[in-house]
Design a protein around this ligand. Structure first.
Ligand code: NDP
Ligand code: MG
Length: 378
């Protein structure tokens, strides 16, 4: 079990819930890092009293330093600060909860210190899965999934022989636009896309959940984490988000992990594994009153981002980094009101057509692919 934790992305949705879990478990947050949320970081630093508080944005870090002048909290800025937070010697665990490719370098730095990694930042594995996992093996860093689907798969896989696995089945809520046709999606606004039925999350992943790109990224994440070819991973629409994912074995037994949709559960398990701890915060699952559970097939023609992600998973190499880089660029432009909802898939598809794929990539190949994909989105 972890005792001293550094949180990369502490001001975000996962970061804030992680702080709650850490406090409830009596663990200590020794470092907090984020980008530019000065006010929230000041509040967190005063409440949780870490040794180190980092904001990647240098101006915001300077402001934070003034605000925290009356405390013992050390304040750092820039990428250097983020890396310091990642490798802080007093932490045995790093929660990787930055959003996007920005999480790659800090996560790798924590891995190279052999820390336990509670991994929420799926983009890191989508872009550089094989390299990240190889480093984790080399440095003895245990990666524990925070993403609810991957935590569910992890729990259903524990204690079983991986050779007996027939298929991983990821559940997908379908997002706010489930059941809609392409034409109806053309005029989706940013506000519409930010309204998720079951989960409250950061803006980028909420848009990804609306396009179903999130599920595509999760298929690639699962492929790398559990070393299962994409052909052995299926997605099932499950509107209620009660079953978080399933594993089908060779004898056709299917194991599922269930629970109320609450990220504090997978966050806590990543911190307490291999043990479990009682939780006052997470609502127990009331099977007698939770209503029927439903299952269906995803609509790959309407939600083309999922189809594109499955294609990138099959292609391998830098295809994941191209898909992800283009998606990050396109989602940022959608959130800024510059492009429409359906343009996200169009931009990603165009980047996948234009940017050449490199197989068995080096880290530089991955960074180049990411850059080229972002440029193609404009
Ligand atoms: P948020 O947008 O809520 O938070 C992102 C965090 O990362 C913030 O602390 C933000 O700081 C920080 N950040 C963003 N960009 C940078 C940067 N360039 N440098 C340093 N810090 C940065 O995201 P979520 O918490 O929703 O998601 C985090 C990760 O977890 C994502 O990869 C997401 O896919 C994954 N995830 C999230 C789930 C959820 O329920 N939210 C579920 C499963 C996975 P600041 O506040 O200063 O901008
Ligand atoms: Mg998920």
């Amino acid at each position: 079990m972890s005792n001293h934790v550094t949180i990369l992305g502490s001001t975000g949705s996962i970061g804030r819930q992680s702080l709650e879990v850490i406090a409830a478990l009596g663990m200590e947050a020794v470092a907090l890092a984020a980008n530019s949320s000065v006010k929230r970081m000041e509040e967190q630093a005063r409440q949780y009293k870490p040794k180190l508080a980092v904001l990647a944005d240098e101006k915001a870090a300077a402001d934070l330093r003034v605000r925290l002048a009356d405390t013992n909290v050390q304040v750092l800025g820039g990428l250097g600060g983020l890396l310091e937070a990642a490798v802080i010697p007093s932490a045995d665990t790093a929660i990787a909860a930055l959003v996007g490719m920005a999480g790659l370098r800090p996560t790798l730095a924590a891995i190279r210190e052999g820390k336990r990694i509670a991994l929420a930042n799926k983009e890191t594995l989508v872009c550089a899965g094989p390299l990240v996992l190889e480093e984790a093996r080399d440095y003895g860093a245990k990666i524990l999934p925070v993403d609810s689907e991957h935590s569910a798969l992890f729990q259903c896989l524990e204690g079983h022989d991986r050779r007996e696995v027939k298929r991983l089945i990821l559940t997908c809520s379908g997002g706010p636009f489930y059941g809609k046709a392409q034409e109806e999606l053309a005029h989706i606004t940013v506000e519409d896309a930010l309204r998720h039925p079951n989960w409250s999350m950061g803006a980028k992943i909420t848009v990804d959940s609306a396009t179903l790109m999130n599920k595509g990224l999760e298929v690639i994440e699962a492929m790398h984490l559990y070393r299962v070819p994409v052909e052995k991973i299926s997605v099932v629409i499950h509107r209620e988000s009660i079953i978080h994912s399933l594993v089908e074995y060779c004898d056709n037994a299917v194991l599922a992990q269930m629970g109320a949709p609450d990220m504090r559960l997978p966050i806590q398990y990543a911190l307490t594994w291999p043990n479990r701890a009682a939780s006052q915060a997470v609502t127990p699952l009331d099977l007698w009153n939770c209503g029927p559970l439903t299952f269906g097939s995803p609509d790959l023609d309407t939600f083309r981002c999922l189809a594109l992600a499955l294609e990138a998973a099959k292609t391998g190499g830098t295809a994941g980094a191209i898909l992800n880089g283009a998606n990050e660029g396109a989602v940022a432009r959608f959130l800024a009101g510059e492009i429409g909802f359906l343009d996200i898939a169009r931009k990603v598809e165009r980047a996948m057509e234009r940017v050449p794929v490199v197989q068995n990539p080096t880290m530089q190949d991955i960074l180049d692919a990411d850059q080229a994909a972002r440029e193609s989105v404009g």
